[in-house]
Write a protein that binds this ligand. Structure first.
Ligand code: PMP
Length: 423
C-alpha cells in the first residue's frame, strides 16, 4: 500500500521533516477543523500548542491581513516605527494594560516564545547584577540555551549535549504533595547562608505548566513567591507564552491571582493568526537596554502586528471570556465523567479554562489514546514528564457543536481502548 506521506517518507531517512504522531499531510484549516489532502476532516484539540487560540484562518483576522497586504502595507521593518506597530501598541495599551491597571513597557524580543524568555533572563541579570535564576520542577521555557537551562525536563535538556548552567531548580507548587508550601523552602534557602543558593536575579515560572503536565500553582503560592521576590530584590518573571492570551480563561493567566510580575513573556497566540510574534512586558524601571543591546531581524513582523491588533479586539468586551468559561465547564463535566468511568486507568483530571487533561496511571495509555483519537479524526497531544497526560486544548473560538463532536470522538476512543471500572 502506498504511503499517504510520499515525499516525507522518502526524505525520512535523510532529514527529519515532519511530526510522526499525526501521520497525514494536512491541507486546510478553518477554526477548530483541519482537512488533510485526502479530504479527511479532523477536530483540532491541539491548537498549535496554544498558538491558535483564535482558530485556523480566523475570518475577521484574515480579512484585516488581506486588506493590509492589498494596500501595500509593510511586511518587514526590523525595529523601525510603522503604522501597524503603532496600532498594535495602542490597542494593547488600551484594551489589555489600562483596563487591568497595569503599567508595562512592551518590547519585541524576537519572533518566538524562547526569544521572549531569553530577553527576560537577560534583563533580570542586567538589572540585578546577579546570574542565578530560580526555576521550577517540570517547567518548560523553550529550546535555546537560557530558556532550556530553565526547563526541568531531562530529555529536552539532554539536547544540549553537556550540562546547562546558571539555574537552580526548586519544587513547584504541589511537587511535594498538597500539604507542603514549597515557597517556604525557597525562602529558607535564600535566608540561610549555608544553603549554597546564590541570591537569584529572577524567579521564572508558568502559573500552569503546559508542557510539564498541567500542574497548576495556587494563588497563595504565587503571592508568597511574589512577596519573597520583593523582599530580596529578585525579579518575578511569568512565562505566559502558552497560558496567556486567554488559554486559562483570562487574558493573562495570573490576573486574578493578585500578583504583578516584573516581567511577562507572551508569544504563541499574541500573533493572532499563528504568525510568529513575541513580546516581553517590562516594568518601566527595567527598561534599561541601550540601543542595539538586544536586537534581531524579525522583531518587526508587521503581519503579526496587524493580526495581533485584530485579535485583541476579542478582549474589548467579555464575550470571549464567557464563551471560554462555558466551554471549560463542558470539558470539565465531560472529563469528570470519564475519570470516574475509567477510574482504573485515569488517576485525575488537571488544568483549567481551555487547557485540561486526563492523567493516566500508565503513560503509554495516554499516547495510545491520542493515537486512537487521531484515527477517529481528533487531534490531541500528550504532556508531562512521562507523557502521561492526554491534553485537550481546542481554539478558544471553537463552536459548541464542534467541541461536543470532539468530546464524542474522545469518548469513543476511550470506549474502544478500555473497559469501564466496575461499580
Ligand atoms: N514557554 C512556554 C511556557 C512554552 O509552552 C513554550 C512553547 N511550548 C515556550 C516558552 C517556547 O516557545 P517557542 O516554541 O515559541 O520558542
Amino acid at each position: 500500500k502506498k504511503s499517504k506521506l510520499q515525499v516525507f517518507d522518502q526524505l525520512e531517512s535523510e532529514v527529519r521533516t515532519y511530526c510522526r504522531s499525526f501521520k497525514t499531510v494536512f491541507a486546510k484549516g478553518s477554526n477548530a477543523k483541519l482537512v488533510d489532502r485526502d479530504n479527511r476532516e479532523y477536530i483540532d484539540f491541539f491548537a498549535g500548542a496554544g498558538a491558535l487560540n483564535y482558530g485556523h484562518n480566523n475570518k475577521r483576522i484574515r480579512s484585516k491581513l488581506v486588506e493590509y497586504l492589498l494596500q501595500d502595507g509593510i511586511t518587514h521593518s526590523l525595529d523601525m516605527a510603522t503604522e501597524a506597530k503603532e496600532k498594535f501598541l495602542l490597542t494593547f495599551q488600551n484594551t489589555i494594560l489600562e483596563p487591568r491597571g497595569m503599567k508595562y513597557k512592551v518590547m519585541f524580543p524576537g519572533p518566538t516564545g524562547t526569544n521572549s524568555v531569553e530577553s527576560a533572563l537577560k534583563i533580570a541579570r542586567k538589572v540585578t547584577g546577579r546570574t542565578n535564576v530560580v526555576c521550577f520542577t517540570n517547567a518548560f521555557h523553550g529550546m535555546s540555551l537560557g530558556s532550556l537551562a530553565a526547563t526541568g525536563n531531562a530529555y529536552k535538556r539532554g539536547g544540549s549535549g553537556v550540562p546547562l548552567t546558571g539555574t537552580t531548580f526548586m519544587p513547584y507548587d504541589g511537587y511535594l504533595g498538597p500539604l507542603v508550601d514549597t515557597t517556604s523552602l525557597l525562602e529558607k534557602m535564600i535566608l540561610d547562608s549555608g544553603s549554597g543558593l546564590d541570591l537569584p536575579a529572577a524567579v521564572i515560572l508558568e502559573t500552569l505548566q503546559g508542557e510539564g503536565g498541567l500542574n497548576g500553582a495556587s494563588d497563595k503560592w504565587l503571592r508568597n513567591l511574589e512577596r519573597i521576590c520583593r523582599e530580596h530584590g529578585i525579579l518575578l518573571i511569568v512565562d505566559d507564552v502558552q497560558m496567556g492570551c486567554g488559554r486559562t480563561g483570562t487574558f493573562f493567566s495570573f490576573e486574578k491571582s493578585g500578583i504583578r510580575p516584573d516581567i511577562v513573556c507572551l508569544s504563541k497566540s499574541i500573533g493572532g493568526y499563528g504568525l510568529p510574534m513575541a513580546i516581553t512586558l517590562l516594568r518601566p524601571e527595567h527598561d534599561i537596554w541601550n540601543p542595539g543591546e538586544h536586537n534581531g531581524t524579525f522583531r518587526g513582523n508587521n503581519l503579526g502586528f496587524v493580526a495581533a491588533t485584530e485579535a485583541l479586539h476579542y478582549w474589548s468586551n467579555d464575550e470571549l471570556e464567557k464563551q471560554i468559561d462555558a466551554h471549560a465547564k463542558t470539558i470539565s463535566a465531560f472529563l469528570n465523567r470519564m475519570a470516574s468511568r475509567y477510574s482504573g486507568k485515569i488517576s485525575e483530571i488537571r488544568g483549567k479554562g481551555l487547557i485540561q487533561g486526563l492523567v493516566f496511571k500508565n503513560p503509554e495509555e495516554a499516547s495510545k489514546l491520542c493515537g486512537v483519537c487521531f484515527d477517529k479524526g481528533l487531534i490531541m497531544e500528550t504532556s508531562g514528564p512521562s507523557d502521561e497526560v492526554a491534553k485537550l486544548m481546542p481554539p478558544l473560538t471553537i463552536e459548541a457543536s464542534v467541541l461536543k463532536e470532539g468530546l464524542n470522538k474522545l469518548e469513543a476512543a476511550l470506549q474502544q481502548l478500555f473497559a469501564p471500572a466496575k461499580p
